[in-house]
Design a protein. Structure first.
Length: 505
């Protein structure tokens, strides 16, 4: 295979015979991250029972990965542009496997939070590198659209494979096994990737500015932490101080990028309305979805009492819809328009979430399954097209940084969604009325209530579970309504921001 250490012509890139095999390696990395993200939701009740985290610790286990990855994505994307995207991808995959082992054998909530954070450091190297390599391997716009569609469809397939495989493992092994499934995928990725992936980097990258790295990390983590704490415990001095620190750090980061001859992130990218609109759409969409999805597995298992494998299969329609929509999204956007596909997809997600506001403890699966299918189709159309817009808006030498911005929006949205919408669920849940003698841990999480009920007299246990499950569902429906409002507003904004935006022909 021709090395891409020297610039390749467009003709060479288009005709390179190994480009689709190289794509197969890249989607393994996407699969690795997607599976890890989805199995955590299924494993949460078991982690809660075994490690006995507080409600706040449980939220940290859920979102610290996103906090760290959001803070490091821009830095790692820029680093990949400098040292080589293949190199950083293979290093990140190896580290991701090692940190998965640490997650699997965590023995305390604190160690689990640390393990998730370190997994975020490794994960920050993977996603920008995969998209950046796609940008550099596929120069033909139609082939690139299909490649991005396959990339997105694989991520969606991971959300299907994760719960099903995770559910099987949880029914037969301990919860740590859901993290160990990363190891064989990582091994294949590294061994095959060494042979198949072409190396690419920015030929004139300039130095990697450590001050910018620190400002980016501090700014992102502090802002997200401030939002999380304010949502969980109210606006007090601590989240205000964190928010001010984060805002100041991000302001300094932007100012520094505008003055550096070789910035970590070229802020001029945001002058492109299509680029900015696509990034904003990704951020707000994930914000509206993630908090709800994080608690959906708990609803299926702890409220409707489905076994883990059945709960995993119940979430399958969302992944199926996203896979199918992702594969045809580029063609549909060319046939109609970018803004029609993105806005329509976001509106579909919003309406599906709105339908979940009538959810109760006995809601039949056809309603839930139909809503999940619509969510998947809408997300498949929207995310595939916005990813294509972001990649098409930048020169290939800046593909890593641009991909990192896209992934930062995704992870920041996930962190904020779990923090804000998740805190709504937790806040409503914690206010339920419990029978006398109920342990304090029952108010921390629904998993805690189920565990507490197992040691109580039958009548008291039934009263506790009825009250706790009712409060949890109340919080879930309020969060679904908030998510629907965010998605519908984002749909309207995307219609205007993506006006006249086109995919390449």
């Amino acid at each position: 295979m021709t090395s891409t250490l020297r610039p390749a012509t467009t003709t060479e890139a288009v005709q390179r015979p190994g480009r689709w095999l190289a794509l197969s390696v890249l989607v393994l990395a996407v699969l690795l991250v997607a599976v890890d993200a989805t199995v955590l939701g299924l494993a949460t009740p078991y982690i809660s029972e075994d490690l006995k985290p507080t409600g706040t610790q449980l939220l940290w286990i859920g979102d610290v990965y996103s906090f760290v990855i959001a803070g490091l994505l821009v830095s790692m994307g820029s680093l990949g542009d400098r040292i080589g995207r293949k190199r950083i991808l293979l290093f990140g995959a190896t580290a991701f496997g090692a940190m998965s082992v640490l997650n699997a054998y965590a023995t305390t909530p604190e160690l689990m939070i640390l393990a998730r954070a370190l997994l975020g450091v490794a994960g920050a190297t993977l996603m920008p590198a995969t998209l950046a390599l796609i940008r550099n391997i596929f120069h033909d716009p139609r082939e690139r659209s299909l490649a991005v569609g396959i990339w997105g469809a694989t991520a969606s397939a991971g959300t299907a494979v994760g719960p099903i495989v995770g559910g099987f493992l949880l029914e037969h092994f301990w919860w740590g096994s859901v993290f160990l499934i990363n190891l064989p995928v990582m091994a294949v990725l590294v061994l095959v990737g060494i042979k198949l992936l072409p190396e690419s980097r920015n030929p004139n990258p300039g130095p990697w500015d450590m001050i910018s790295v620190v400002l980016s990390l501090v700014g992102m983590i502090a802002v997200v932490y401030a939002v999380k704490e304010a949502a969980s415990h109210g606006v007090t001095a601590e989240p205000i101080a964190a928010g001010l620190l984060g805002t100041a750090a991000l302001y300094a980061f932007v100012r520094r990028q505008l003055t550096l001859p070789a910035p970590l992130l070229d802020m001029r990218l945001f002058r492109n309305r299509g680029f900015s609109g696509a990034v904003l759409a990704d951020l707000l969409t994930i914000l509206g979805l993630s908090g709800l999805v994080f608690f959906l597995s708990q609803y299926l298992q702890l409220v409707q009492e489905r076994p883990p494998l059945e709960a995993g299969l119940a979430e399958l329609p969302a992944a199926v819809g996203a896979v199918v929509a992702g594969l045809v999204a580029g063609a549909v956007a060319r046939r109609y328009s970018v803004r029609a596909v993105v806005s329509g997809g976001l509106a579909a997600i919003g309406l599906a979430l709105a339908s979940l506001t009538v959810l109760d403890e006995s809601t039949g699966y056809p309603v839930l399954g139909a809503a999940l299918l619509v969510v998947g189709v809408g997300a498949g159309f929207s995310f595939t097209v916005t990813s294509d817009v972001i990649l098409s808006s930048v020169p290939k030498d800046q593909a890593g940084a641009a991909s990192a911005v896209s992934e930062t929006a995704y992870e920041l949205g996930a962190a904020l969604g779990i923090a804000v919408l998740g805190s709504i669920v937790t806040g409503v849940y914690q206010g339920f009325t419990a029978p006398p003698g109920t342990p304090a841990g029952a108010h921390e999480s629904l998993g805690g209530a189920v565990e507490a009920a197992s040691g109580m007299p039958v009548t008291a246990a039934q009263d506790l579970l009825m009250s706790a499950r009712g409060a949890f569902v109340d919080g879930l429906t309020i969060a679904a309504g908030a998510g629907a409002a965010v998605l519908l507003a984002t749909s309207i904004a995307a219609w205007f921001m993506l006006k006249n935006q086109r995919l390449g022909f």
